[in-house]
Ligand binder design. Structure first.
Ligand code: UDP
Length: 328
């Protein structure tokens, strides 16, 4: 039985990856420090014979007994309000955490896949974004802590590949959504759906002309799975190219939820990218992959998930308290 270590296992993408690898017959070790992840996302795997969980902060030395075939590195705050609140942890998990995992991969002769992001393109001047675009990132802006951590992560991963011959994979993940997103993580989909469910107005940042392209989680996981098993070591975009402005997206959410609330406008966050759409030609060619779930279908499943939350979860509007989880 192949063994895989998944960091950020209690997070949105990490927990879906745990499910997928278990389904494919792997033995999965999940690792998380719960700084942004949630135990609830893994509760259904608690007594699974092929799953084990280790609570650990990967910026500290990582010890795993026995052999390891694969590592998937998905630990990181990933929503703008998270990395604004915990900027140093965001930088550390992308740099020190990645370094520790690369060292572990080398020691175990394991293949490692690193979760990168469309944020490496910053506020892009090339549209749609192809993998050979170097990006437009403000190093010292509030988003720089995430963007630069991820850019460093890609560099050190390629260095381990080139210098040590490590088998590495890099996925550049574009906006992804689905069940288990954190209701209060500040991202646009949980924000709009939570607002609709609580009977609040929908907050559009800026004039809503900025665009995003949303990928359903099952499609994202399929792309990541195929990339891991491919033999391509350079970055690959995985996302859904179906682009929409935030203003039009708010209208879609109003229709889907049937809310009678209106839209209100707030300031656009600093360095908020104005447009984002993945060019997925490479993933199509290399992996025979493209998204299958259209937005209407994915949004309905996601809304059903948010509807199933308890009133306590829905009204717990305060942001996750990171203090208990931060060591240094
Ligand atoms: N956004 C918005 N209202 C909200 C939350 C987000 O208009 O309540 C906007 C945000 O400014 C951005 C887009 O929606 O332009 C997507 O934001 P998100 O935080 O989901 O992810 P990002 O792609 O910016 O990392």
């Amino acid at each position: 039985m192949k063994k895989v270590l998944i960091t950020g296992a209690a997070g949105f993408l990490g927990s879906h990856l745990c499910d997928r690898f278990i389904k494919e017959g792997y033995y999965v070790i999940g690792m998380d420090n719960f700084i942004t992840g949630d135990e609830k996302n893994l509760a259904h795997l608690n007594n699974h014979p092929n799953f084990e969980f280790i609570k650990h902060d990967i910026t500290e030395f990582i010890k795993i007994d026995g052999e390891l075939d694969y590592i998937l590195h998905f630990a990181s705050p990933a929503s703008p309000i998270d990395y604004l609140k915990i900027p140093i942890q965001t930088l550390k998990v992308g740099s020190l955490g990645t370094h520790n995992l690369l060292g572990l991969a080398k020691a175990k002769k394991a293949r490692i896949l690193i979760a990168s992001t469309s944020e490496v393109y910053g506020d892009p001047l090339v549209h749609p974004q192809t993998e050979d675009y170097y990006g437009n990132v403000n190093t010292i802006g509030p988003r720089g802590v995430y963007d630069e951590a991820k850019r460093f992560q890609e560099s050190i991963t390629m260095a381990y590949h080139r210098f040590h011959g490590l088998e590495t994979r890099i996925v550049r993940i574009f906006n992804t959504y689905g069940p288990r997103m954190r209701l209060n993580d500040g991202r646009v989909i949980p924000a709009f759906m939570g607002q609709a469910l609580r009977g609040e107005d929908l907050t559009i940042f800026g004039d809503g002309s900025q665009t995003r392209s949303f990928c359903y989680v099952d499609d994202q996981v399929e792309g990541i799975y195929r990339l891991l098993l491919s033999d391509y070591e350079y970055p690959v975009n995985i996302g859904n190219p179906h682009e929409i402005s935030i203003k039009d997206f708010a209208e879609e959410i109003i229709k889907l939820t049937g809310t009678t609330q209106k839209v209100i406008y707030k300031d656009l966050p600093v360095n908020d990218p104005m447009q984002r759409q993945p060019d997925i030609s490479l993933a199509k060619k290399l992996l025979g992959w493209e998204p299958k779930v259209d937005r209407a279908e994915g949004m309905k499943i996601t809304y059903d998930y948010f509807k199933s939350l308890t009133a306590e979860e829905l009204y717990k509007s305060e942001h996750k308290d990171f203090k208990n989880h931060i060591k240094s």
